[in-house]
Design a protein around this ligand. Structure first.
Ligand code: AHR
Length: 634
């Protein structure tokens, strides 16, 4: 008979050396990474409810718009009011928009409707939010002022206090049968976070803010670059009123409205307490084409300098003045700029020259800014990336690994060269066997507990080594869970148009970020049971600890990757602790996940612990992530 070592119930001894000063923990360690993928903004965080609002999603058909009423007709025409809105929808009778998997209705909500219209006959437009079959009208308003020339018209539609909540309503505009009405840019916003015009969903903003992100890396990811050289994130075209934003093609299979533009990203940072980490386009497209370093690249470097100026320049500068005009005179606290995204995929080797050109231009104008290279971590596809000419302040490493491989990476930075560039783990996530880009809608949409164990084990390594790992962010962040909503199988936070939920990994991230000190406490583990996964033998217990020097709190994080509970025996060296502590535990079966139907099936439970002393024992739950807050008195 084989006896698995953990069944012998030998406790693991965990020694916390509180005599040692440890290393400084990066105050920027945990942040967010975002891009337009999985309907993260359009159909996600960004509040807009009308889908295909500028009729540009398909040149042939007005997708998501249908004629309403007997004999009604709609057609696309290239007679829109401006170059940003070249297409108009001609309507006779009435038209409905079905939103992003329906338009959500809540009682006592006011919806802000805005549209551009002209008509060849007089009369109002009757706007309503109603059920798909038209039998229930939740809110209505008369839109007046339509004339023979293009005009912007707004109206408010308010639902009654008795309105039955539904995800499945539609917006209907009845224009009358006796005339043609042309529409452009039809937009409907529910109440938004902080009541901002062109704002975000409140429930998702709250979930993001609750994670206490220290930074937000934006706008991508692949979304920064686009599939071809024409498709990169056009930040200048994302400023100002939505009717002057043409939108652009995104690499994830749908068009972006750019309603979530540069200013909206910056406000998102401000609203969640995160510092902006701006990724500037560096002349490389996902199809492998690139702009050669030198004079051809110069306009792109200049564009990046303008963008930086928009973010942090004083209102006396050209782009700082534009930011003030856009409603935010105060500069945003930019500290880091990333040059491109995953340029290791550029097998031509052009990145070295492109990086140097950006690096020099940024540093000469903004010497204090940290400049991040995107080729960190590994030799990409056999191409070596020596730091020959410029040493980046940080370099960005991306890891999408199978959960148990991710656990194996918990010690990855223990012997990292302390003289090398600091590390920014700018994208990372564990998956359950199938890679998230290959699984698409077959897996997920959010990680299960197996992935969470990999994630948490990896984070213990990030914390222990946060003298070199300055920043880290999970990716992707957001996913619309409706059929057709995702291009990447595993994502941190799921939602439809009414509900949201955090994955177990969301809760693990939150536990780690909320309970982080300013110095590490050296941790040693003796008697760690092993676990076998296929060919691999791995430790089954992982740990890290940090202390808050001001409060005297010590935060210990423990991961138990075993299917059984496991006892750990603490030895606290060099400190006296209060006899009470708090413990937060996240645990569940490997396959356990959260969902719209069961949003908190796997979620942390916090309790008081008593009887804590220099030596104490704790039973770690099977397959669990545990955080213990100890209060030191010396
Ligand atoms: O996070 C999804 C994608 O993975 C990002 O867009 C890209 O940078 C990476 O390859």
């Amino acid at each position: 008979m084989i006896i698995l070592p953990y069944l012998l119930q030998i406790p693991t001894r965990i020694t916390l050396d509180l005599n040692s000063p440890g290393v400084a923990v990066s105050p920027m360690l945990y942040g967010h990474m975002t891009e337009e993928i999985n309907y993260s903004y359009d159909g996600g965080l960004y509040g807009e409810l009308v889908r295909n609002r500028a009729f540009l999603d398909d040149a042939k058909r007005p997708e998501h718009w249908t004629a309403v009423g007997q004999g009604a007709a709609i057609a696309l025409e290239t007679s829109g009011p401006s170059s940003a809105r070249p297409v108009a929808l001609r309507v006779r009778g009435g038209v409905a928009n079905d939103g992003y998997w329906g338009i959500p209705v809540r009682p006592s909500n006011s919806y802000h409707l805005s549209l551009w219209a002209k008509a060849d006959g007089a009369g109002p437009i009757a706007a309503s939010i109603e059920s798909k079959d038209g039998s229930t009208v939740f809110a209505r308003a008369e839109v007046n002022g339509v004339s023979g020339t293009w005009r912007k018209i707004t109206a408010t539609l308010t639902t009654g206090s008795e309105a039955e909540p539904t995800k499945d309503a539609r917006l209907v505009l009845r224009t009358g049968e006796a005339r043609n009405v042309w529409l452009s840019q039809v937009s409907l916003f529910p109440p938004t976070y902080k009541g901002r015009a062109n704002g975000n969903r409140s429930d998702l903003m709250k979930m993001l803010g609750d994670m206490k992100p220290r930074f937000l890396r934006f706008p991508g990811g692949n979304y920064l670059e686009g599939n071809t050289l024409a498709d990169y994130f056009p930040w200048k075209q994302t400023l100002g009123p939505i009717e002057v934003r043409p939108g652009h093609r995104s690499p994830w299979g749908y068009r972006s409205t750019d309603g979530m533009g540069l200013m909206e990203f910056l406000l998102w940072c401000e609203d969640t307490g995160a510092k902006p980490l701006l990724a500037v386009y560096a002349g490389y497209a996902l199809n492998g084409s690139y702009i050669k370093a030198g004079p051809e690249l110069k306009p792109f470097v200049d564009d990046a300098l303008d963008e930086i100026e928009y973010v942090m320049g004083g209102p006396e500068t050209k782009w700082g003045a534009q930011r003030a005009k856009d409603g935010h005179p105060k500069p945003f606290p930019l500290e880091s700029v990333e040059v491109g995204n995953e340029d290791g995929f550029d097998k031509s080797g052009s990145y070295e020259g492109r990086f140097v050109q950006f690096y020099d231009a940024i540093k000469s104008k903004y010497p204090h800014l940290k400049v991040i290279s995107t080729t960190g971590g590994k030799d990409w596809l056999g191409v070596k990336f020596p730091i020959t000419q410029r040493k980046p302040d940080l370099w960005d490493e991306h890891y999408y690994s199978e959960a148990w491989d991710m656990m194996g990476m918990a010690t990855k930075y223990d012997d990292y060269d302390r003289n090398g560039p600091k590390v920014f783990v700018g994208e990372w996530a564990s998956h359950d066997r199938i890679a998230p880009w290959a699984a698409g809608a077959q897996a997920g949409p959010t990680p299960n507990m197996r992935c969470t164990l990999g994630d948490a084990a990896f984070m213990t390594g990030l914390e222990r080594n946060s003298d070199v790992v300055e920043m880290a962010c999970y990716a992707p962040l957001l996913v619309n869970v409706n059929r057709g909503g995702r291009q990447w199988s595993l994502n941190l936070i799921g939602y439809d148009n009414m509900n949201t939920f955090g994955s177990p990994s969301y809760y693990a991230q939150k536990m780690f970020a909320e309970n982080l000190g300013d110095r590490t406490v050296p941790v040693s583990l003796v008697g760690v049971p092993k676990q076998t996964q296929g060919e691999k033998q791995l430790p089954a217990i992982f740990a890290s600890a940090t202390r808050d020097s001001k409060k005297g709190f010590v935060y210990v994080k423990l991961v138990n990757a075993l299917p059984a509970s496991h006892e750990v025996a603490f030895d606290l060296q060099g400190a006296k602790v209060r006899s009470d502590a708090t413990i937060t535990v996240l645990s569940g079966d490997l396959k356990a996940m959260n969902s719209i139907a069961e949003p908190t099936k796997v979620s942390p439970v916090t309790k008081r612990l008593r009887g804590i002393g220099k030596d104490f024992r704790l039973n770690l739950a099977p397959y669990s992530v545990t955080e213990v807050t100890l209060r030191c008195t010396k």
